[in-house]
Design a protein around this ligand. Sequence first.
Ligand code: PHE
Length: 392
Amino acid sequence: MSKKTSVYWALALTVLMLASVVAGCGGDKKPAPAAATDIKIGANWELTGGQATFGQSSVNGAKLALKEVNAAGGVIGKKITLVVADNKSEPSESTNAITKLITQDKVVAVLGAVTSSNTLAASPVAHANKIPFVSNTATNPKVTVEDGKVKPFAFRACFIDPFQGTVMANFASKSMKVKTAAIYVDQSSDYAKGLAQFFEEGFVKAGGKVVSKEAYLQKDKDFKSTLTKIKAANPETIFVPGYYEEVGLIVKQARELGYNGPMIGGDGWDSPKLVEIAGKDALKNTFFSNHYAADDKDPAVVKFVADYKKEYNQTPDALAALAFDATMMIVDAIKRANSAEPQKIRDALEQTKGLKVVSGVITLDANHNPVKSAVVIEVKDGQLVFKEKVNP
Ligand code: PHE
């Protein structure tokens, strides 16, 4: 052998050895047959921590959707399995959860997260790995568009906060006919900060005046000194963009201080825990915007509520409904792509049109956002009661 040829052979051998290392030296291991035929979808949701009811409802909604899809034979001849990861209601844990789903579990698409901050924290991992994700409920505009650029692998099943903020601003000024408002915002949430801004813009535009602006942080427990300050500014209503854990305490403590005016908020109020924390008397005269109302007479809602109650023995909240819908968006994309390759799912997701789901009909705009109506909910005797529907 010439020196040149032996170098060539040594090199070829090294390449071969390396290739077998990369392949996991698994030449003799047979792949598990179930895993090879199933399509795996990941779920990055808030199962524990301060937003735990959000994630728990979402898992229920997604599982119900997949039960129906799989019972009908699955999609492109395959069954879908859901791999669930808990992001513990923390952005850093959300980054970990999606990393595990993509690199370890090898999912082809991801559902979640619920909140905007947790979804924003997961997004770079999805993009680095080119895996599409669909958040059921993250409403901050930045989830799909940042610096004027659409994020190619980011999608959602819900409306966005400029719309939601306007809905509540108009509800305050037109339906409640109030002229002054205070804003008490969860400063640790991208969602709440955005919603506060959009509400203020809408309220001022409608002729209202914001007489007090205060902030709190997640996990705070005592809101009384700030609420005393807010009460002193004499607002006709208090807008509280935040999540149920803190909102429940804020409403309770505001009433204890003798503030009896209407208190209003956004979708983050939607939890069975809200009534548990605040108590139904304190929640008298409170209203919030949401994606869906369980007492809506729409046939799709009626069927979903009945199926969900049969499965879980409880009334589905908006998180469950939108998780059902987000799951259907992925299933629909796989069907139209006729493939479970992440890139092809992404391309098909972008073309989502006229998809009939529980919360309405989903057609994605150029920014990967559905254009959908919102509902205003009144908390009456501890029950969430449909008040009005607002179209975009
Ligand atoms: N919209 C909230 C967010 O973006 C999440 C949420 C949606 C919470 C619906 C409850 C109900 O953070």
